[in-house]
Design a protein around this ligand. Structure first.
Ligand SMILES: [Fe+2]
Length: 187
C-alpha cells in the first residue's frame, strides 16, 4: 500500500486546492480501481496508484504540452521518479492516443510505450465510470457529456469522437473479465 499512499498524497497536493473537481473525480476513479482488484491480481495496487494520479497532468506544476496524459506521465517520471509502468498507464489512459495524434504528439507518447493493454483497458473503465464531479457514471453518457462540454471545434471532441468505439470496447472487455473472475470464484 506504500505506492498507493504516495500516489494519493501527491495527487491531493497537486489537485485539492486548485482543481477540486478533478480531485473529486480522481478519488472516484481510485475507488473504481479498487473494484477491479480481484480481476487484476498482483497489478491491483499499481492500477489503484495510477488511478489516483491519472489526471495530475492538469495541475499547473505539470502542464507543458497541454495534452494532460503526456504532461502527467512526464511529470511523474521526470519530477517524481515514478515507476515506469505507472507512468505508462497515465500516459495511455482513455483517449490519449487519439488526442496525441490530433496534436502531433505521437512521438511523446512512445516515450511511455509499449502500452499494457489490460491496464489501459482497466484505467479507461475507471475513468469512464466516474463523472467529472466524482459520482458514478454510465460510460456512454460520460462520453456524450465530454463531447458536449468541449464542442466540435475542440481537439478533445475530435479525439473522443474517433476513439469512442474503442473506448466502449475497453469497457466491455473489463466488464467481461470481471464477470469471469466472479464466476470462477463461485464455481
Ligand atoms: Fe479522468
Amino acid at each position: 500500500m506504500q505506492l498507493v499512499k504516495w500516489a494519493h498524497d501527491l495527487a491531493e497536493s497537486l489537485l485539492v486546492d486548485s482543481l477540486p473537481r478533478r480531485w473529486a473525480h480522481s478519488q472516484r476513479v481510485y475507488s473504481q480501481a479498487l473494484t477491479l482488484a480481484p480481476a487484476l491480481g498482483e497489478d491491483a495496487e499499481l492500477l489503484a496508484a495510477a488511478a489516483i494520479v491519472h489526471d495530475v497532468g492538469y495541475a499547473r506544476a505539470a502542464v507543458d504540452t497541454g495534452q494532460h496524459m503526456i504532461d502527467g506521465a512526464r511529470y511523474l517520471r521526470d519530477v517524481m521518479g515514478a515507476d515506469p509502468r505507472l507512468c505508462s498507464i497515465v500516459a495511455f489512459h482513455t483517449s490519449s492516443a487519439w488526442e496525441a495524434s490530433e496534436l502531433g504528439l505521437d512521438d511523446a507518447l512512445t516515450e511511455f510505450g509499449p502500452a499494457e493493454p489490460e491496464l489501459v483497458d482497466a484505467i479507461t473503465y475507471c475513468d469512464l465510470t466516474s463523472t467529472p464531479a466524482g459520482d458514478l457514471a454510465d460510460p456512454a453518457e460520460r462520453l456524450s457529456e465530454v463531447l458536449e462540454r468541449y464542442g466540435p471545434e475542440h481537439v478533445v471532441f475530435r479525439a473522443v469522437s474517433a476513439a469512442r468505439p474503442e473506448l466502449m470496447a475497453r469497457v466491455a472487455r473489463v466488464k467481461r473479465r470481471r464477470a469471469e473472475v466472479v464466476e470462477g470464484k463461485l464455481n
